[in-house]
Design a binder for this molecule. Structure first.
Ligand code: 9L3
Ligand code: MG
Length: 146
């Protein structure tokens, strides 16, 4: 390979973005969770819906795109839940994930892609499903926010 003077490091893992969707931003009661259907290693576990930001895509735009693709709803974003790693949350495979609190302004959430169920958790039961391990501290952060 010609020496171009550039160093080729491993590509950075794409940023992951997700939403902590609550029923009401002023008086949060219910929290939305989605059950993954893929990959096999994660299937059956519950998570904050979201996914990878595309190259060059703004993270917030990526979040709206992912949530539209996965749940068929439009969100109004509120505060970001700031994580311990430069504001982000470490998730699987070395990814970092940014998470915003949000509410639905249009549509009814359905598992359209990557999930096979969605569920509203009642206040007091936000830990009531088998969350992906990395999402559990984010449930705590959502509880502190709410
Ligand atoms: N992940 C963890 N918690 C979440 C989300 C949306 C994603 N709430 C992890 C699972 C995958 C990686 O981030 O290892 C990329 O997510 P996706 O693009 O498969 O949804
Ligand atoms: Mg996803």
């Amino acid at each position: 390979m010609p020496d171009t003077g550039t160093s080729y490091d491993l590509p950075m893992s794409p940023l992951v973005v997700a939403a902590a969707i609550v029923d009401d931003l002023e008086a949060p009661g219910r929290l939305l969770t989605a059950r993954r259907s893929a990959p096999k290693s994660l299937a059956g576990r519950w998570e904050f819906p979201g996914g990878k930001v595309e190259p060059g895509e703004d993270p917030v735009a990526g979040l709206h795109r992912e949530i539209d693709e996965e749940l068929g709803v439009t969100l109004e974003l509120s505060d970001e839940l700031v994580g311990p790693d430069d504001g982000a949350w470490p998730v699987l495979n070395g990814h970092l994930m940014r998470v915003w609190v949000a509410r639905i302004v249009d549509g009814a959430p359905e598992p359209l892609a990557d999930h096979d169920d969605v569920r509203w958790l009642e206040r007091g039961d936000w830990f009531g499903v088998d969350w992906l391990e990395p999402d559990r501290p984010i449930v705590d952060a959502a509880l502190s926010w709410a």
